[in-house]
Design a protein around this ligand. Sequence first.
Ligand code: PAF
Length: 286
Amino acid sequence: MTIPTVRTIVALRGIVAGWRQEGLKIAVVPTMGALHDGHLSLVRAALEKADRVIVTIFVNPKQFNNQDDLAAYPRTEHEDAAKLMPLGVHLLYAPNMAEMYPENFATTVSVGGVSEGLCGAFRPGHFAGVATVVTKLFLQTGADIACFGEKDFQQLHVVRRLARDLDIPIEIVACPTVREVDGLALSSRNRRLSAAERRTAPKLAEILLATAERLLPGAPPEHVLTEAKAAILAAGYREVEYLELRSDGDLSPLAAVDRPARLIVAAWLGQTRVIDNVKLAPTGNK
Ligand code: PAF
C-alpha cells in the first residue's frame, strides 16, 4: 500500500471537490518534506480536527535566501510517504517546480509588520517566499484548517496575518514544539549537526528556559538577555543572531513580561542555524 499522491493542481482539486460533495472537513499540513516527529504531531492534530488530511511536500526555493542551504535541504519523499502511511493521511500533494511556479510567475505575497525583525532581519525575502507558497497551497487545497508548528513562531504569525488580511477562510491551528528527550527542538536541519554539535545543541533550549525563569518576575530584559547571549556563545554556539522578548499575541517587542510573551532565539552552531522559542505566561495569564 502507498499513500495516494497527486502532483498537479487539477488532480488535487478533483479529489477535494469529491470530498466537498460529501460534506467533509479538510485539513492541510504544509511541509517541505524531511519529515520528523514534529511534522507527524501536526498531522495527528489535523487528523483529530478534520475528516480528510492533505500533507503537502514542496521544497520552496523562494524562501531560501541562501542557495547552499537550498541545495543541502534533504529531499526524502519516499521515506516521508512511508512515515505518513500508518497515520492514515488521505492525500500527499507533491507538486513539481513548474506546477507551483510556472514560467512567467510574477506574484509575491508580502506580509508587513510581523515579517519584520527577528528572522526577517537576517533572512531577506524569506517570509515573502513563505507567504507566497502558503497562500498558493491554501488556495490550491481549499482546506478548512491548516496546522503549523510553534517552533517557527514568526512564520506562524505571518501565516495567520496573511489568512486574515486576504480573507482566506481557513483556521490556522498552532501546535506545540516537539523536542528530543534532551530538549533540542526537532528540525529537519538537525541532521546536519556533527556528533559534537549535536551534544552542544540542546544547551540553547536549556538557556532559553533558564532565561525565561529569570524574566518571569518582571525583571527588565536588557541585562538578562545580554547574559543569556553570552551563555549561548560560551556553550559552543558561534553566533547569536537574535534573542528577543516579544508579545505572544502580536510579536511586538516587550520591555517586561507583563502579558503572555515569547522568548525567541536564532543562533548558529557551526554551519547550522538553530531557532527556538519558549512561552512565558506571567502569573494570572495562560
Ligand atoms: O515550515 C515549513 O516547512 C515551510 O516554511 C512551509 C510552511 C511548508 C512553507 O514552505
